[in-house]
Design a protein around this ligand. Structure first.
Ligand SMILES: C[S@@+](CC[C@H](N)C(=O)[O-])C[C@H]1O[C@@H](n2cnc3c(N)ncnc32)[C@H](O)[C@@H]1O
Length: 248
């Protein structure tokens, strides 16, 4: 079940898909209300109750020493954070919807400290399980700065890049590169025929990944799996795992 948009045509398709979405997804504020509404409605099919099997299968490709600091952008209430901590890593994360972060800590049975930051305007949830640090910032990821979050050793992007429309993906990938000084990434994306489904999740195929990250990273495909039953039960799609290693 593999369908791909090829080359330049893809962006055109993505932009037309973005056009379809503008009534609910027009600019940063509308993007935020779209996600807040999804959380309020419990419409969170992206959430994996046991975490991502692809993280468990491929995280070792990053070859990180224990106590590395891993950035999890657009984290939702992912169980993957508990897995990263159980495997000895510090986690820094960002999420718009505060109730998701409250639930994330409740699921881990950890009571975080909560601090309201003024500049940048964010809420900081912080905990220290087993001598490791979890720092989750509630608010728009674009408010995070390098100074605020400190040195990042790797990025784990699952359902983050693919959650954003094309125009925001360009801004997001630049922001992640700047925030992390091009730290290596494990990136999980979808490849499917964009004009069959408006997204999110959006199709982010090899050509687009190269477009965003090719100047700074060596990019390798670690796995590509059919989405069983199709994406949203409708569309043939592949879920792909990418290793991005900083160009030396
Ligand atoms: C598709 S979900 C993925 C969540 C998580 N990565 C997972 O694997 O379950 C995308 C998440 O990004 C959050 N989000 C969207 N835009 C954001 C932004 N600009 N800043 C921070 N979080 C954002 C949404 O609230 C949502 O929880």
């Amino acid at each position: 079940m593999r369908r791909r948009n090829k080359g330049k045509g893809q962006n055109k398709n993505l932009l037309s898909a973005y056009g379809v979405m503008t009534s609910i997804y027009d600019g940063v504020d509308m993007q935020a209300s779209y996600w807040h509404e999804k959380w309020k409605q419990g419409d969170i099919a992206f959430h994996q109750f046991k975490g991502s099997p692809l993280l468990k299968a491929h995280f070792s490709a990053l070859q990180l020493p224990v106590q590395s600091r891993v950035l999890v952008p657009l984290c939702g209430k992912t169980r993957d954070i508990a897995w990263l901590v159980a495997n000895g890593h510090h986690v820094v994360a960002a999420e718009l919807h505060e109730a998701a972060v409250v639930q994330l800590f409740a699921d881990m049975e950890i009571e975080p400290k909560v601090m309201h930051l003024v500049e940048p305007d964010l809420i900081h949830y912080q905990a220290n399980p087993n001598g490791l640090r979890i720092d989750i910032y509630v608010g728009d990821i674009f408010r995070l700065t390098e100074t605020l979050i400190g040195k990042i050793d790797a990025v784990y992007d699952r359902a983050a890049l693919v959650a954003l429309p094309l125009m925001m993906r360009e801004k997001y990938t630049g922001h992640i590169r700047n925030l992390t000084d091009n730290a290596p990434q494990l990136l999980i994306s979808f490849d499917y025929q964009q004009d069959l489904l408006p997204g999110p999740p959006y199709c982010v195929n090899r050509d687009e990944i190269v477009q965003h990250y090719g100047d700074n990273y060596r990019i390798s495909l670690l796995a590509s799996e059919d989405v069983k039953g199709g994406l949203k039960g409708k569309i043939a799609a592949n879920e792909e795992v990418w290793l991005l290693q900083k160009n030396t």
